[in-house]
Design a binder for this molecule. Structure first.
Ligand code: NAD
Length: 532
């Protein structure tokens, strides 16, 4: 289990909000200041008087390191800690960091009468300070810390809220990621038990005239009942359309069959399609929604880790042609994404690993702290620990949401999310989509891209080894048997090949990738020949 870290300025209510949040979530509260006092046998004021600020920060960093290694806890972090040393990086790679943000006015109201805050006192030897001096000192300190607080995963505005209200808001926001696309904006909810509260969540999309649940027979048996029950509670008439599992269902033939059923069931422009399944269902049902009556709303209920961290977000929907995968599709954003972490309990292990490949991808592309979290918490993730899963799904969705908001139709930036995909897609094509899962192909593709980047002098070879080591710990392949010439042919056909030149996304360091337009074929061949 990982942790939730509450950060923010003194007076923001980290301890009082933390107590309530921990109780409601069934977690422990760890209060860093209390732990420091216990360790030293001194009050914070006494430590400041004796050790000065640098001495206090050293003790604080030590306590934070110990706490960060723990689990199943809400941690109230000292107000200044995020602004010192590597603390913020430590917190971000150990759990979800939540900034309790209060306005300067509100903070001053809460702090004006307290006298035990060493950071608000005048420097030693200074004259006793007036209220306006103290306020100026508070505002200066706050301004200096805001850039660090802003690196939190989640920001909760607590101005004007009681601790209980702030805890409710924090809990709500920890499980929510918003994709900002103007009037097509939508929420991604990430939590356990979401299917149990399906009706209250879906109610926000009303009016809904009718619904069609598109799924696989097995998933219908496992989760269809909860979805239908939720719709029944809202008196929304619904049909269920179950298609066979597998990539072959992402076809025009299947789309035509589905559309005929939608017409026969009388779905209209006020209807909603519910995609209950992994990436295959999301892509297929999404494309059905994008094209039925020139586009109706749809809700993603992703049930594979790969779909929760990637495929269900961003609105790419498609079917395959015999000639090429995902060749015919559209950009059609869902109205809502419900990632119920409980559904992963029935997902075969191999698919859990494959989903983690996309998490590692997000780490390499944009967030070294996420990568480090996976390095540290691989056993918990493979064991489906809910807080660890919420962290990786949340981080992945936040990255994807930001990229999609900046470049919805892949005019430029969005291409970075294709890291590992150029070689990965070629491997999938070469295997006829039979032997490798998508995530497994991406794993081998990321290894190839990392090795290539290191051969080209873009990426340190020890970092390339770090990538391989993590994928191997997750049980993901670094190799795949395929003929090098065949792979190159598929890559040349790849949509990402521009004007005859091969475009690839290559890492510069973990957390940062670059688009390279003129990959030297000789180097690529060397790397590909070592893949099998
Ligand atoms: N649109 C996008 O942005 C995007 C991104 C990545 C991948 N994709 C697409 O996603 C597809 C791969 O998706 P996937 O890896 O989720 O595979 P998938 O949808 O084929 O699901 C894998 C298998 O697991 C079963 N399953 C799903 N959820 C389950 C659960 N909770 N319990 C038990 N069994 C369950 C399914 O029935 C299926 O047999 C590919 O077609 C790929 O092109 C799309």
């Amino acid at each position: 289990v990982s942790s939730i870290f509450l950060i923010g300025f003194m007076g923001a209510g980290k301890t009082s909000v933390g107590q309530i949040l921990a109780r409601r979530m069934g977690l422990r509260l760890a209060d860093c200041d209390a732990l420091i006092q216990k360790l030293t046998g001194m009050t914070i004021g006494e430590i400041f008087a004796r050790e000065r600020e640098p001495g206090f920060r050293r003790i604080e960093a030590k306590v934070l390191r110990e706490v960060a290694g723990g689990s199943g806890q809400v941690v109230a972090v000292g107000g200044g800690a995020p602004a010192h040393g590597d603390n913020m990086r430590l917190l971000r790679s150990s759990g979800t960091v939540v900034w309790l943000r209060a306005s300067p006015q509100e903070l001053w109201q809460r702090l004006r009468s307290v006298s035990d805050r060493p950071m608000l006192r005048p420097p030693t030897g200074g004259r006793a300070s007036s209220a306006s001096d103290r306020r100026a000192r508070m505002e200066k300190l706050l301004a200096a810390r805001i850039p660090y607080y802003s690196e939190a995963h989640v920001t909760v505005d607590v101005s004007g809220l009681t601790p209980a209200q702030a805890a409710s808001r924090a809990r709500e926001q920890i499980r929510k990621v918003r994709v900002e696309l103007g009037e097509r904006s939508y929420d991604i909810l990430i939590d356990s038990g979401l299917l149990e509260t399906f009706s209250s969540t879906i109610a926000k999309l009303r009016p809904i005239t009718s619904a069609a649940v598109i799924t696989h027979p097995k998933l219908d048996r496992l989760y269809g009942g909860a979805v239908r029950e939720g719709l029944r509670e809202l008196s929304i008439p619904a049909i269920t359309l179950a298609v066979p599992p597998g990539e072959r269902s992402k076809s025009f033939r299947q789309i035509q069959k589905l559309q005929a059923c939608l017409v026969r069931a009388g779905l209209d422009r006020g209807s909603v399609i519910i995609a209950l399944g992994g990436g295959v269902i999301g892509d297929l049902a999404g494309f059905a929604a994008a094209t039925y009556m020139r586009g109706i709303r749809f809700v993603q209920v992703p049930t594979t880790l790969l779909a929760q961290v990637d495929a269900s977000v961003g609105g790419k929907v498609a079917v395959n042609l015999p000639e090429a995968k995902n060749m015919v599709g559209s950009f059609h954003q869902p109205s809502l994404v419900l990632a119920d972490l409980d559904t992963l309990r029935t997902l075969p292990r191999r698919h859990v690993r494959a989903g983690l490949a996309e998490v590692v991808k997000h780490g390499i592309v944009a967030d070294e702290d996420l990568f480090r979290f996976v390095e540290q918490r691989a056993p918990e993730l493979l064991g489906l620990d809910p807080l660890a899963l919420q962290y990786v799904v949340g981080c992945s969705c936040r990255i994807k949401a930001q990229v999609v908001a900046a470049d919805e139709r892949e005019g430029g930036l969005r291409a970075i999310l294709n890291f590992g995909h150029t070689v990965g897609h070629a491997l999938e094509s070469a295997s006829g989509y039979r032997h490798l899962l998508h995530g497994e192909a991406i794993s081998a593709g990321m290894v190839a891209a990392s090795r290539l980047a290191s051969r080209l002098g873009l990426f340190d070879s020890d970092q390339a080894e770090r990538v391989e080591a993590l994928l191997s710990r997750l049980g993901l392949p670094a190799r795949a048997s395929a003929d090098c010439g065949e792979l190159l042919t598929f890559m040349a056909r790849d949509k990402k090949a521009r004007a005859g030149r091969l475009r690839m996304i290559l890492p510069r360091r973990i957390g940062c990738v670059t688009i390279v337009d003129d990959v030297p074929e000789s180097e690529l061949t060397r790397v590909l020949s070592k893949l099998s």
